[in-house]
Design a protein around this ligand. Structure first.
Ligand code: A3P
Length: 294
């Protein structure tokens, strides 16, 4: 079954510098061009492994930078407000893009623009309990219209753990970014802390990007970034993604938006196996940064 899944996936992705990328949205040339992108001090990059809270943080940042969408640009969707650098589907000209540029990426640290490593620009890295990432990703694969093979959960766990998924290994992504954090001007956030106290997370982001909003504007950011409000907001719920990229009759980007959904699908044996792998691969990183996997 794993062989069938891989055969189906092999026709959809290409491997480049250790990572699997979705061939329908990017190319090796596009990825390599990112390295040479000129960085401005005002740039803010949102970096995530997929399914870790990307579009949620895009919404928060878009609202912060546009003061709650009260500046006459209310009809712009978040994909346009925060374009992907390695999957430039809408052909944004990053050179002429007005400052401050707010950009999004799933790239590992070593494929990022070089100038970021002299601590120019700012990076917000959001990560999430990998068990929930894995569940969310499993459901996300079902929406891929080009994937003609239904991968079962057991197989998906194996693919995820071995990094044979789009954007590669979660473990390598998080470890890479975390262990190279001194090279970048970076703020780490977790999905779980955003869930626990969204307002504090918004304030933390405002402080990091040096934007002072009054209480009312902060309230607006928080209120418009809740799961329910985003789900109903066509500019932030990604219902605008073309059907040939995402079949949203099979699910939604905003699926459940909870912490601990893995408990509803992982068996005790699967969870224990995952804990073991997690300990082997991440056990040496500081516990303050990692999750209580239970
Ligand atoms: P679930 O599939 O567990 O529901 P990404 O944007 O990185 O692809 O991550 C998608 C995950 O973030 C989905 O998780 C989605 O529901 C969740 N999400 C998006 N917006 C959210 C919000 N406002 N609050 C909580 N979770 C949100």
């Amino acid at each position: 079954m794993e062989t069938d899944a891989l055969e189906a996936l092999n026709s959809l992705w290409f491997e480049h510098k250790g990572i699997y990328f979705d061939a329908s949205i990017t190319s090796p040339e596009m990825i390599d061009s990112v390295k040479h992108m000129e960085i401005r001090d005002s740039d803010v990059f949102l970096v995530t492994y997929p399914k870790s809270g990307t579009i949620w943080t895009q919404q928060i940042l878009s609202l912060i930078f546009n003061e709650g969408h009260r500046n006459g640009t209310e009809s712009i969707d978040n994909w346009t407000r925060m374009p992907w650098i390695e999957a430039n589907v809408r052909n944004v000209d990053f050179k002429t893009h007005p400052s401050p540029r707010t950009l999004t990426t799933h790239l590992p640290y070593y494929l990022m623009p070089r100038e970021l490593r002299i601590r120019m620009g700012k990076i917000i890295y959001v990560c999430r309990n990998p068990k929930d990432v894995m569940v969310s990703y499993y459901h996300f694969y079902k929406m891929n219209p080009k994937l003609k093979y239904e991968i079962n959960w057991e197989t998906f766990i194996n693919l995820f753990i071995s990094g044979r998924v789009f954007i590669g290994s979660w473990f390598d992504h998080v470890r890479g970014w975390y262990t190279h954090k001194e090279d970048f001007n970076i703020l780490f956030l977790t999905y779980e802390e955003m869930k626990k106290d969204l307002r504090s997370a918004v304030l933390k982001i405002c402080k990091f990007v040096d934007i002072n909003l009054d209480e009312k504007a902060i309230d607006t950011v928080v209120q418009r970034s809740t799961f329910k409000n985003m789900k109903d907001d066509p500019l932030s719920n990604y219902s605008f993604v073309p059907k040939d990229l995402l079949d949203q009759s099979k699910g939604n980007f905003l699926r459940k938006g909870i912490v601990g959904d893995w408990k509803n699908i992982m068996t005790v044996a699967q969870s224990e196996m995952f804990d073991k792998v997690f300990k082997e691969k991440m056990g040496d990183l500081p516990t303050t940064f990692l999750w209580d996997l239970d």
